[in-house]
Design a protein around this ligand. Structure first.
Ligand SMILES: *Cc1c(COP(=O)(O)O)cnc(C)c1O
Length: 386
């Protein structure tokens, strides 16, 4: 299916709402039936009947169809956050005694779920360097039930070989889950490599305007049904009709926003790379990125996020540099219209800062929709303050 068809036409059903070009927001909690037979049918299959918005809503459904198609998956769920997509995908698929293999330093809410919640149910997690397939093999146990991936991650961008991990997991009947927030389905299609469940924070590129928090999970009809029954119905974590509508609106411009961000990011990478005040630049499609070959093989693009390691060994200098920006905002998150700067040193007490730890000297940038020259001038003047 073509991307333009999915984004502009799939699931729109305009004839059902007066041929309005923009879909309505079905801001209703419940849906009425006419007969006993309809009521019985609705109770028997809550997953495919409009009965109650916690489970089914037309605005949310339209978005689910588009997101499933973009990911070349049978079905999709839309959650009220990326964190809840992670929670739902994992919790629906593990039980006491199970073992999980996770990449090192997965997104913070995954890490806290693995370290804080799952041990209460007797589930253990082994963290590995996911850049080598041998590490997955070495961590396997008879009770390994799930492999959690994030490729690339959003600070240092390590990748996993998705086809190799999927093949290994399938041969042992282990479920694979990936956090695909960095690439979105436009730049990486995990199911095409055999990954079972793919999730992303829709707060980032799909929303795209820094005004919505949401998550997406895609997979086979069977796996999605399981997460629906374990999570959406019970915990009530589906996105609201209004948030779904904002995401539909975000989707319309997703390809062109990513294209624009890609072009600007390339210019920023060129400007920062080799700058005398920068020790190292990390970006997954940079020539010097250690896994550039794998990145080219499984990703059709990269954009927006990049990290630099500053040469300075001073906490104060990093602060002076970060606050010198006139246009980049200092903030978490990314994927919106606005460019951002996030220093790793910013979240720690000055006395904990150790310049010998490379991570402490890392500053992450997110490149938004502003004009390239406008951003380059801001970077230049801030680097002069360093
Ligand atoms: C933001 C983010 C999440 C969590 O998504 P929320 O929408 O903030 O709950 C998960 N993974 C990655 C890589 C993220 O950047």
């Amino acid at each position: 299916m073509e991307e333009s068809f999915i984004i502009n036409e799939l699931g729109e059903d305009r004839q059902h709402y007066y041929n309005a070009v923009a879909p309505p927001i079905f801001q209703t909690s419940n849906f009425a039936v006419q007969t006993f037979a309809e009521l019985r049918a609705a109770f028997a299959d809550e997953q495919s009947t409009y009965l109650y918005t916690r489970t089914m809503n037309p605005t949310v459904d339209m978005l689910r169809k588009k997101l499933a198609a973009l990911d070349e998956a049978e079905d999709a769920l839309v959650f009220n956050s990326g964190a809840s997509a992670i929670y739902g995908a994992v919790m629906a698929n593990v039980q006491a005694g199970d073992h999980i293999i996770s990449v090192d330093k997965p997104y913070n809410s995954a890490l806290r779920l693995f370290n804080g919640i799952l041990p209460r149910f007797g589930i253990t997690v082994t963290y590995i360097d996911g850049t080598k397939i041998e590490n997955f093999e070495a961590a396997l146990r008879p009770e390994t039930r799930l492999i959690f991936l994030e490729s690339p991650n959003t600070l240092t961008y390590e990748l996993q070989d998705l086809a190799a991990v999927a093949q290994l997991a399938r041969s042992r009947n282990i479920l694979t889950v990936i956090d695909n927030s960095y690439c979105t389905p436009l730049y990486q299609k995990p199911h095409s490599f055999g990954i079972d469940l793919s999730l992303q924070s829709a707060t980032k590129y799909i929303g795209g305007h820094s005004d919505t928090v949401a998550g997406v999970l895609t997979g086979s009809r069977e796996l999605i049904k399981k997460v629906f029954e374990n999570q959406i119905i019970l915990a009530g974590t589906q996105a609201s009709p209004f948030d779904a509508w904002l995401l539909l609106r975000g989707l319309r411009t997703l390809p062109m926003r990513l294209e624009r961000i890609t072009l600007t990011t390339r210019k920023v990478v060129e400007f920062l790379k080799g700058h005398p005040k920068i020790e190292r630049l990390i970006f997954p499609l940079d020539e010097d990125f250690p896994q550039i070959e794998l990145a080219r093989k499984q990703m059709s693009g990269a954009c927006g996020l990049l990290t630099v390691v500053l040469k300075t060994t001073s906490h104060e200098a990093i602060e002076n540099f970060t606050v010198a920006f006139k246009h980049f905002l200092m903030a978490v998150s990314w994927g919106g219209y606005e460019s951002l700067v996030l220093p790793q040193a910013g979240g720690m007490a000055p006395e904990d800062f150790d310049p010998a730890i490379e991570r402490h000297r890392m500053v992450r940038f997110y490149i938004g929709l502003e004009d390239a020259d406008y951003l380059l001038a801001d970077l230049e003047q801030a680097l002069e303050q360093l």
